[in-house]
Design a binder for this molecule. Structure first.
Ligand code: MLT
Length: 239
């Protein structure tokens, strides 16, 4: 079985997704935030592409236990209940609720993975747990980095390298070049992944907006064993 890493959403062939186990990464911050929401008791998460789609879907669902979350330019969308900071998604706010979320890059990447046999959301906080589940799937594994507006992002590539390293420790995998490069990059920074996240373009942007605490939070490897799984347009906790 093989592991391949795609550093951006550009040019991912369907055959790299269909019938594969796919892990989607947007560590700053979408896949971290969705993992935290499910860990805090959110029932399910629906990723959508636009704020308009989110508002229209809530009206159609007509359920007051539905929250709108997400960001544009890293800031909360006007009229939404929550932004995209994992620190906002507390049990008091999300337990027993459904969440419709839209973000600039993360929700696009999740939707792109729709054809996968199994689709997990990966981040630093749940990397060991995601690797544990994916390693038992007995299929090739494709890791998709959300990137930033279709451009390479260091933080997602670093997290992909962490996952490749975790997976390689749990099964006989052939590493394709993207996976080898990601793992080598992770080896350069595994002593202090938080520093690498802070040095990234998006990490610096979030810090400039006063969101350093988010970057610190997103860099805590293995902080939870919650694994989000995407299927039929909905994200739930893997059982
Ligand atoms: C994204 O999806 O682009 C990111 O999660 C944005 C962010 O949270 O700043």
């Amino acid at each position: 079985m093989e592991i391949e890493v795609f550093a951006t959403l550009n040019g991912i062939p369907d055959e790299a997704i269909n019938n594969k186990t796919v892990i989607v990464i947007d560590v700053l911050r979408a896949t971290t935030t969705i993992t935290v929401a499910l860990a805090a008791g959110c029932l399910e998460v629906i990723p959508v592409l636009t704020p308009e789609e989110a508002i229209e879907m809530r009206e159609r669902l007509g359920d007051e236990r539905v929250l709108l979350g997400g960001e544009r330019n890293a800031l909360k969308i006007p009229g939404f209940d929550l932004g995209n900071s994992p620190l906002e998604y507390t049990t008091e706010i999300v337990a027993g609720k459904r969440l419709i979320i839209t973000t600039t890059n993360g929700t696009r990447a999740i939707r792109r993975a729709a054809g996968g046999r199994l689709v997990f959301l990966g981040a630093m906080i749940n990397a060991p747990a995601v690797a544990g589940l994916a390693a038992t799937a007995a299929t090739d594994i494709t890791i998709i980095c959300a990137g930033t507006r279709d451009r390479f992002s260091l933080e997602d590539f670093l997290t992909a390298g962490l996952l490749v390293d975790q997976l390689a420790g749990q099964g006989e995998f052939v590493l394709r070049d993207g996976a080898l490069a990601a793992r080598d990059y992770y080896y350069c920074h595994r002593a202090d992944p938080a520093a690498a996240l802070k040095a990234s373009f998006h990490g610096r942007l979030l810090a400039d907006l006063g969101m350093e605490a988010d970057v610190e939070f997103c860099s805590r490897v293995g902080a939870t064993d919650v694994v989000p799984v995407y299927g039929g347009g909905i994200i739930k906790k893997a059982s």
